[in-house]
Design a protein around this ligand. Sequence first.
Ligand code: MIC
Ligand code: SF4
Length: 643
Amino acid sequence: MGLTLTEKILKAHLVDGEFKKGEEIGIKIDQTLTQDATGTMAYLEFEAIGIPRVKTERSVAYIDHNTLQSGFENADDHRFIGSIAKKHGIYFSRPGNGICHQVHLERFGIPGKTLIGSDSHTPTGGGIGMVAIGAGGLDVAVAMGGGAYYITYPKIVKINLEGKLSPWVAAKDVILEVLSRMSVKGGVGKVIEYCGEGVKTLSVPERATITNMGAELGATTSIFPSDEITKEFLKAQKREDVWVPLCADEDAVYDEEININLSKITPMAACPHMPDNVKTLSEIGKMKIDQVCIGSCTNSSLQDMMKVAHILKGKTVNPDVSLSIAPGSKQVLNMLAQNGALSVMIDAGARILESACGPCIGMGQSPNSKGISLRTFNRNFEGRSGTKDAGVYLVSPEVAAASAISGYLTDPRDLGDMPEFKMPEEFIINDNMIVLPADEKDMESVEILRGPNIKPFPKTEPLNDKIECKCSLKVEDNITTDHIMPAGAKILPLRSNIPAISNHCFTVCDEEFPKRAKEMGSSIIVGGANYGQGSSREHAALAPLYLGVKAVVTKSFARIHRANLVNAGILPLSFKNEADYNNIDLNDELTIENLKECINEGKNIIITNRTKGIEIECECELSERARKIILAGGLLSYTKEQM
Ligand code: MIC
Ligand code: SF4
């Protein structure tokens, strides 16, 4: 029986477990990446593990999220990360060099290699045939130290692409189509593999847009084959030597198959407030807009920017619209500067932003009250833009640019003939914003520069046999990590300070939660389905840990967040019977007993609701390794125990 591409790469990296569907497998990690908003914590954890030099083939620390430096905190974090990278063998991508996923694809990604990153959009690397997975900072720290990364052997979904996209229809529309079919929880436990003739019609940046936004499906990752198009891209990056051809075996067996005819796709938008709330532009109809933001790790490649420049050429941004553009990397920005496209954008009235995440994570450019904002980004969760009542629509760069001119949601197909956008034969290569680590012999002398806002990892303790506490919060389905641990310009500078950031935990849902949880001392949270979807931020587990949360009981979890809860030593419990969601309310008194026995023997766990006088059965599916982590009180304690 043949293997899928994902299986081939996973098998070649297997270091622990049985290579069987549904089993937990440990894979060797070749490369890691971190960004600054999750990086400080990841490097504090790496320090705590105590390994002097990274054991990966390549580890890169990017600065791209917290670039709005309205106080000393972010700059201190950048300096800390720069110094720790230098000491421990990590490449350091300085602020200004670009968004981690865009730069990693350009300069470091290698087909057939494994990559984990402390950012949920790490699957961007699947665009060149890597198995690239988003993970919590602690998992990345362990992988930097040479430890395996553990996943459940995924189900593999084949998306068979036929035909070719029509003019003005974009890769963004392809992933929006996939989202509308599979939903934001349809990818949990799965890897999405793109196959078929249509693959050959898509460039590397287009493939990367699609794998990037596979994160919004909840998928473990997404991957394209490595073919002649991948080779040309790497050649233009002067990295042809790392190319290898890779594809699935002809007789590979998939768990699911989906057919998509590219020629039938039309321009679409994900409507507020979920990436799977997808409608065609004609379904949405005429809609006046206030803002357009172009950029983010999903759509900030040179190809995207050239299409935008073409549409803006000789025009003026509509007087009622604010247009911002953030090219994804220094390479992209520099090429736009050299070929004149940047001048076209400036001339049209675009507000050019630095090559960073920016508005995507609420770092500036929050829309006006009740504003309608079209964004080429990947997430439109309520409030993420920084304006709670704004309506954010996720669209392609083509739709975004055309609408910025007209002032209304506009179908770019109305623009007439689309010129051909060719990939350059050579990108401008200048890695002068990547600082190399110190040589091994000089490591000792590198001083780690710590700012006053950088506080240690919160204390954990081994699992108690009995939990007796109240329910401190009850939330509904599809709670995102942006609800649990909001981002934005005001809160992001506290990412290195868990005691301070925990005061903002869940405040989007309930202003009183941090105070209440602290007063309760220990507590349990109740959630709905797909709890913790979205980002990889382990702060969404570390802040509850700091606030005394012992267990989270839900209908179901998103993958990375569940792993982060286990890593933090918080019990992830699922209602055996979903209807029991209705049997726990805020402030109910709850007891769980015999925990150690239940965890050790894989038995279901009974929550006694003393307020209502009922018993609720919960499942706690944990691998052998996850059980040990929970019993030890989290991955950090477990890793130290192992050493
Ligand atoms: C995001 O897009 O939500 C982020 C900000 O990049 C996060 C990481 C973080 O919260 O720092 C992600 O996607 O993992
Ligand atoms: Fe940055 Fe937005 Fe991409 Fe997250 S999704 S890495 S915030 S650009």
